[in-house]
Design a protein around this ligand. Structure first.
Ligand SMILES: Nc1ncnc2c1ncn2[C@@H]1O[C@H](COP(=O)(O)OP(=O)(O)OP(=O)(O)O)[C@@H](O)[C@H]1O
Ligand SMILES: [Mg+2]
Length: 382
């Protein structure tokens, strides 16, 4: 029996939804009480989530009123490939993030309003950012722009300052945190055999020949890194730290595919399914990694970092003292997390559609290696 058939047999109350069945979506939304009097779902349009079913629903009233919302259903498998299992508690992780972020108005302003939630059916109903498109387009060129970089940095700063030391004791999202750990700190290093099976949402890590096809020399560089004991130890140590950290509320996948650009030019943040209590440096490092992978102008990177770390730290000289680290951001830790994410994206099974000149990946891989090993990354030093 398929994973999905087994699940449906065990959970007859959960209706698996898809955008091509608007009638079924209408029945379910009616059953959970999310439709107004004389309101009906008229159309559903898939928004193309890889791991969850994400759709825009259009709701119409008999009297002519009209609205839209985003409906997200997260089930214990990958939507793109239902044979791949996903942690069953990820719905709760995403829901908890949206609930918790409401404590921090400055950050809450950048995420969709949570309109309704139904745990039994793994459903979230979210504010629809109509006309928005995600910023995965950045990998193919173009600048994020300094205003957007500042808004994204400000979001992380607000999240860090507003949630430090105050985590909901019940909140762990352990399944997704463990998955994230495997994707970042294990899978790219071929611990399951080089070019072995994919894991979770990531495909198999490319073997050396495939890496050389992507960029000449990348295969040998990958092989050297994978057999570098000191590097592997540093990655393992960082991974243990990642698993144990829990000081702040963390988004968990803070990168361009989860940043939405509105028609007004404002930016929004979605998809906190990997959210958990953790190091705030993790979100900062992830974003920084993607800004470097997307070859963003130095001013954009600098603006992001200055907004994220906070004005009180901008322009600070010399290494941070302990007090500053406690109150603000541990920059070497940001560098290490950034390095690990860069290595994952260059060598692992979650390749990005980068349009970069020859030598770019090799150069960035070396930068990432140094960052993981020594906590040093030039853009963080200025
Ligand atoms: N509230 C929203 N308003 C408008 N568009 C949205 C909204 N939420 C999500 N989207 C669109 O749907 C896409 C998929 O959503 P999301 O990232 O939540 O899905 P996912 O399946 O969890 O993620 P992934 O594809 O990263 O695995 C987003 O990249 C975005 O383009
Ligand atoms: Mg996403």
């Amino acid at each position: 029996m398929s994973r999905r058939a087994e699940f449906e047999a065990d959970h007859p109350e959960v209706h698996v939804l898809s955008a091509d069945q608007a009638g079924r979506v209408d029945l379910v939304m009616g059953a959970v009480g999310w439709l107004g009097d004389e309101e009906q779902v008229t159309t559903c349009v898939s928004l193309g989530g890889e791991s969850s079913t994400v759709m825009r629903v259009e709701l119409q009233e008999l009297r002519g009123g009209w609205r839209t919302a985003v409906l997200k259903q997260s089930l214990p498998w990958l939507r793109r490939d239902e044979s791949v299992a996903m942690p069953a508690d990820r719905w709760r992780g995403e829901h908890t993030f949206y609930r918790e972020v409401a404590r921090v108005p400055e950050a809450a302003a950048l995420v969709p309003r949570l309109m309704a939630a139904n745990e039994a059916r793994c459903l979230l109903l979210l504010e629809d950012f109509r006309g928005a498109s995600n910023l995965a387009s950045l990998y193919r060129g173009g600048s994020l722009g300094e205003g957007t970089a500042e808004a994204l940095g400000g979001f992380l700063r607000a999240l860090r300052r507003g949630t430090r030391g105050e985590q909901d004791a019940e909140f762990a999202n352990g399944g997704m945190k463990t998955l994230s750990h495997r994707l970042l700190f294990e899978a790219p290093f071929g611990s399951r055999g080089q070019g072995g099976n994919g894991f979770g949402p990531d495909g198999p890590a490319p073997d050396e020949g495939a890496l050389d096809d992507i960029e000449p020399g990348l295969g040998a560089a990958a092989s050297a890194l994978r057999s570098d004991g000191a590097f592997r130890d540093a990655v393992a140590k960082l991974g243990r730290r990642f698993l144990g950290a829990g000081d702040c509320l963390v988004h968990g996948a803070f990168h361009p595919a989860n940043w939405l650009l509105l028609p007004s030019g404002d930016v929004r943040v979605v998809d906190p399914q990997y959210s958990s209590p953790g190091d705030p440096e993790f979100d900062l490092g992830t974003a920084l990694a993607h800004l470097l992978l997307a070859r963003q102008p130095v001013e954009v990177v600098a603006t992001f970092l200055s907004a994220a770390t906070g004005a009180e730290e901008a322009g600070r000289e010399g290494p941070a003292n302990t007090e500053e680290v406690e109150a603000g951001v541990d920059r070497p830790l940001v560098a290490r997390y950034a390095g690990a994410e860069i290595v994952r994206r260059l060598l692992g099974g979650a390749q990005l559609p980068l349009e970069a000149e020859g030598g770019f990946r090799l150069g960035l891989l070396e930068t990432a290696r140094t960052a993981v090993l020594s906590g040093h990354l030039e853009v963080l030093e200025t």
